[in-house]
Every structure is written in C-alpha cells, then in structure tokens.
Design a protein around this ligand. Sequence first.
Ligand code: ANZ
Ligand code: ZN
Length: 819
Amino acid sequence: ERRYVPSEVETKWQQNWEASNAHDTTTDSSKPYYYCMEQFPYPSGRLHMGHVRVYSIGDVVARFKKMSGYNVLHLMGWDAFGMPAENFAIQHGVHPNVSTFDNIAFMRNQQKQLGLSYDWSRELATCSPDYYKWTQWIFQLFYERGLAYKKKAAVNWCPECSTVLANEQVIDGACWRCDSEVVKKDLEQWFFKITEYADRLLTDLDQLQGGWPENVITMQRNWIGKSTGAEITFSIAGQAEQLTVFTTRPDTVYGVSYIVLAPENALVQQLIAGYEHQADVQAFIDKVRKASEIERTSTDAEKVGIFTGAYAVHPLTGEKLPIWIANYVLPDYGTGCVMGVPAHDQRDFEFATKYELPIIPVIEPEEGLESNQTSAVTGEGKLINSAEFNGLSNAEALTQIVEALEQKGIGKTTTSFRLRDWLISRQRYWGAPIPMINCPSCGTVPVPKEQLPVLLPEHVDFGVKGKSPLETNDEFVQTTCPSCGGAARRETDTMDTFIDSSWYYLRYTGEGDGTLPFDTEAANNWMPVDKYVGGIEHAILHLLYSRFFTKVLHDAGLVNFVEPFESLLTQGMVVLNGAKMSKSKGNVVSPEDIVSKYGADTARVFILFAAPPDRDLEWSDQGVEGANRFLNRVWRMVDNHIPILRKKNLTADASGEAAKKLRMATHATIKKVTEDIGTRYNFNTAISAIMELVNAIYTYPDAADAGTKAEAIRTAVILLHPAAPHVTSELWEMMGETSKLYALEWPSYDESALVLDEIEYVVQINGKVRERLVFPKDATKEEIETQAVASDKVQALLEGKSIKKVIVVPGKLVNLVVG
Ligand code: ANZ
Ligand code: ZN
C-alpha cells in the first residue's frame, strides 16, 4: 500500500514534463488550432488566489483541448511595466528593472509549482527591450496612419513635489507622498485617436454575441456610448462668432431659455473679455477645473454656474438667451455647449431653479402639465409654445424641426460618442519611451525605425522637482534631429501600460523574422483567441484597446481578422466570508500555503469544483480538505486495484446486471465531462460527475466483472487529468501504463452503453406518488397499465374504490384516477 504524498508526486511530474518538453506548442497541419489564453499578470511579487483561479481554468481547457486532438497555444507572460515598480523604487531605492525581474522569477516558479501547461519557450515580458521595441514600432505605425497626435491636456499636478501624478497617486484629491492638494495642469500629451474607430468598435460587438458574456458587451457598448441627435447653431449678440450645441432633443428647441458652456470651452475667454465681472468668472473656471469628471457629472453633485455677460440669439424666435458656464457641462462631449431646456431636462431644471432662469414648457404629456413644475417632464407628449409645430407629437416634431433647421443651414443630424481619444502619455519612468524627437525647426519627428528600441536609460532621478524621470538624464534627452541633423530633444513621456497589453496576444503566436512585431502568418493561423480567460475588471478598457489595436493592425494589412477574442470567460472573484480577498482587508489565503500543505492538484480541484467559473468562489478550508480527501480516495481506488489494472489481457464483460450499470456510469461520465469542459465550461459539474463515478466504483460488487471495473477506474483517472494533472500521471504510471497521460487521446463514449434496458415508472393515484415500478424499455402501454394496477401496493390502496381512468406517460409515469 502506497500513501499519496503530493509534494513528491508533483515535483516528479513537473520535472518529467519539463524534460520531455511536454508543453511545447505543436503546429501539426493535420490538427485544428486552438488558442487558449489567460490574462497575463502584473508581476506584483507573488500570486494570489485570483491568479490561481484564472490559471486553473485556462489550464483545464488547454489540457483538455490537447487531449482532444488540437494544436494548442497556451502561454504566459508579464505585463511588466507600471507604477508599483516605480513607487517601490522611489520608496526603497531598488531599480524597477531589478525588482520587476525578481518578481517575475518568483511568480514564474509559483506557476510552475501549479503544474500549468505553458509553453515557457514563448514567455514574454513587456518591459524587455525586444518587446517594447515593437510597442514603439506600433506607436509609429499609429502615428503614420494619423492615429497618434499631440494635444494639450490636464494632468494631476502636485505643487509641493512639483511633479505629475498618476490617477492612482492621487488619494482623496491629495498627493500620495506629501498629502498636499493636487491641482490640474495643462501639458502637451500624446493621444491615440480611438474615436475614429468608435463606430466599428460598436458594430463589431455584434460578432461577439454568444462568445462574450452579455454584460461585457453591454459595458463596452455603454462605454462607447453612441447618441443620435442634432447640432444647432446659435449666433452671439453683437459678435461674429457662433455657438453650436449638441442636443438629443431638438424637439424642445422652443423651450430653450439659456445657453450653457463648459468652463473650458475655448469660446469662453472671448465671451468674457471686457466683461465687468471677468475676474469672478475666471475664478469660477479655475475652481471647477479642479474637480474630477466623476464629481462633475454625478447626478447629485450640485450644479453651479455663472453668467458670462454675453447673449446668444435663438435661431427660430430671435429671442436673446443669456450665456452661462456651468460645472455640469463637460468640455469634451458633444460640442461642450448645451441649450438649456429647464422644463424637460432635469439638470437644466435644477440649474434654472437655482439661478431663476425661465422655465418654458414645450411638451405637454397626456396627463397635462402641472401649473407649477417641480421637476423636468422628460416623457413623450404633444408640442406647445412651439409656433407652427404645436400639436405635433414630439417624435414627429423632432424630425420636422431638424428639417426646418437644416433648410436654414443652422442645424444637422449628428451622432456623439462618449468615447474619448485615449491619452497615452505618462510622465513616468517605468514604461516604453515614446519614440519621437522634438526638433526646434522640424517639429515632431519619429525616431528612425532602425534605431528602435529607444532604450530606457538606466540612470534617472526619480525625485527632481518639476521634471519627469526621463527628463533628468541629459544623455537621453539630448539628441540630434533625424531630419535636419540639428540639436533636438527626445520625447520624455512613456506610454500607458495598456498599450503593452493591447498586442501581446499577437506576439505570443510567433516572433517572426524580426522585421515586424510578430509573425503575421502565425497570427493569422492562431487568432482569434478561442478562449480568453480573465477578470471582469478588464471588461472595458483592456478589451476595448485590444479590439482597437486589432482593427488598426488589420487596416495596416498585418492581420486578416478584426476581432481578437472570439470567446471570453470572465471568472468571478475569490472571496472569504463574502468579502474579496485583499491585502488591505487582511483576509488573504496564500497559494504557497495551500500548495505546500495539500499540493497543487488539491488547490486546482478545489477551485474548479467550488463554483462555476463566472461566479464568485467562496474560499473554505473544509472545501479544500474535501478536495484533498477526494484525491486520496482516487489514489486508494487505484492502489487497491493494481493487480486488475495491470492485467493486460483482461477483457470487459458487461453482460451482468452490476457490470452493465457501471459501464453505463462510465460512459455517461465521459459524455458529461466532455461536454462540461468542452462546451459548457462548467468545470464544477465535470468534477462532481467524476466524483459520482468514483462512488459507483467503490460500491461495485467484488464478485462482478473485473474488466468493467478496470475500465471505469482507468476512465476516471483520464477524465480527472486536466484538473489534477500530477496525481493522475502518477496513478497512470502505477497502473503500469507507459504512455504519456497528457498526450493520450481523450476518451469517447459508447452511445449504446448509455441506453437503458429498463425504465423506472412512477405510479400515482389521483396525482399522488404511491409506488415505483420498473418495466422493460419496450413494454406496451397495456402491459404497463395491467401490471401497475395488479401491483400489491396499488391493490391495497384501491380497496373499495373503482378506477375511472388510467393515464400512461411513456418512459415516465402511470396515473390512476380513482373514485
Ligand atoms: C437639450 C435637451 C433637452 C437635452 C432635453 C436633453 C433633454 P446623451 O443622451 O448622454 O448623449 N449635453 C450635450 N452635450 C453635453 C455636455 N458636453 N455636457 C453635459 N451635457 C451635455 O445626452 C445628450 C444631452 O445632454 C443633450 O441634449 C444635452 O442636453 C446634454 F429635454 O439638449 B440636451
Ligand atoms: Zn530638425
């Protein structure tokens, strides 16, 4: 008798797989391709349970697909640039290059201890020069295609440290280091023109229906936020300049009582020039700009504004409308300019009430209007106070008013998107340098391609006031202009790390010959990713950016597909007593502890068994112990049957009652596990089906056919392999098998073994279940009826009563109506 010692078994098989290159990617042309990918981690230091969960899910799918005859691409890499390493450098003086690769080494080792089937020969780290060289190349491709441009934009600025802060470094409006109040400051920054792809990013979501969770599609759709409406032009009293508003409700145009601009709107300065209260308006503008967008747009934020002293002219009535600025108008949505319709827009209503602006109802709902409006009327209705449009329904009026405005040349139908261009500049060190040069005479010039990568200089100063780290290295900054040869300065911003992760899945498919960022042929073969497993926290940005990159690379002729991820699985969180595990909550269960106490297989089986993958998983010590007990039970099952399992010429004879039942259980389990893993991704029910099979094997009579039992045991071990690869490999060897379990063909089931010869019927009297009887599968209705009536129990219950009617539902039940 041999005891199950996970640590021994796991080390042995991890070494065995590594030595035999078990997880190398195959590209056998006779097999279909399957790309299984888990979101690559940030190398934070060590794995947490959330990681273990994503990897376990991905690994089951990858191993299952390999056994099912696919070439499988299954890899790991590191999203290795980013703030934490830089913060660590600032606080502890360890260079990001050192801490990052230390962290990677540690976490890679942890992943290996989990027995994950990655092809490590294709591992990548976004912070290595041979990767970010191509991130820079792609940046330049975007630039060449007019999709990268520079514009002034506000950054968070700490006046005390005189440094730019990332959003994560602003805590409750204050600097993370010195706690002083953070202000906004305008800097020239790089943007990616994702808005040019807004329509395609929206319409192509249709292709993802079915493959992506519905809620993720909805989140993407809302983020892109397409609104259909109109632009209407207003002239400004006494000025040549005009104003254009964006409105989704042109039907309310006669209800406009003021115009309101975002304080940042370029026109504002012109409007207030020479106004007697100009200084007050300016002070108001400065104050609003400090608030974040979230504060400004939240519906319960107080709406505040100030009159600019200027007036607009209503294009249809000629009436003078005061022009205000207010915090609730955003500078970069629509035109940054709104026609205020207090009677029908709640924000405008609150604003008008506060500042005593006129409220003019122009739509009358069916139930009539209150004489003293207490809130905006936002529903449907008929037009009033609207000249020749009175009496129309507001839907009709909308079209007709836009037509009328169009004819006058002062309005047109348009769409607006919530989606903004992507600000990609970071005034940070630990990121890919933007490969551009600023020349005093030629302007912005790309670094010549043959000079890529622009390497991150090793020596920078993280703490110089008023400078971002790259600016502190003169050798880096001073360069010559590629175009005129004169003295020039390098761009000192680095790229948002979301760029690094927007194309790694392409690099994984093959590095190619070094002339392009990836092997385009390999990418076209493997892509789109068949299964992408990751957290819901990336449901918007990472996926949107990756989709955007794919489309641009498609348009540039580098790939032949437009969507990168065909199917997406968003796994739930790992929680403890209902709360997300997190360091700050102090409720972290560490993967190291679980693996060293119970082994990786137990951790994997527990995680897969405890919940469907898209649900939150409640951590439970009893659950972990249960998983461990189950593996021990499987171990003993094999260990106790070594003689029959090793008997090579043992044949199965399933003609006996018990053998027939066990054979049926075996094949039903193959069917269920195959479908649960391969099509439903319900790993929890797959494992519970294997548990049931193991139970059936345990209760199988000793006297019954041994060959059938051996088949059942062997099957249970194979089916469990993707979830618990180490212990099953060991058991396979103990059975005397010499083949490699990971390379074994996934078992198929025998349909005929699933068919029952006999069926159990429920016998009801007046709808109440009274008896259960077994009939041959091919019994006729008459036979079933007579035997049911003749049974002892039914006869006893029938005493003194007569049968009025008998209903037989084939395969299910007999109901006797008795009176
Ligand atoms: C007049 C009006 C009357 C409006 C009415 C609504 C109701 P969505 O659906 O989100 O696209 N708006 C336009 N630009 C804005 C900006 N930069 N900041 C804040 N609000 C802005 O919203 C479109 C509506 O939001 C527009 O239609 C405009 O107000 C406002 F009964 O125009 B509406
Ligand atoms: Zn130049």
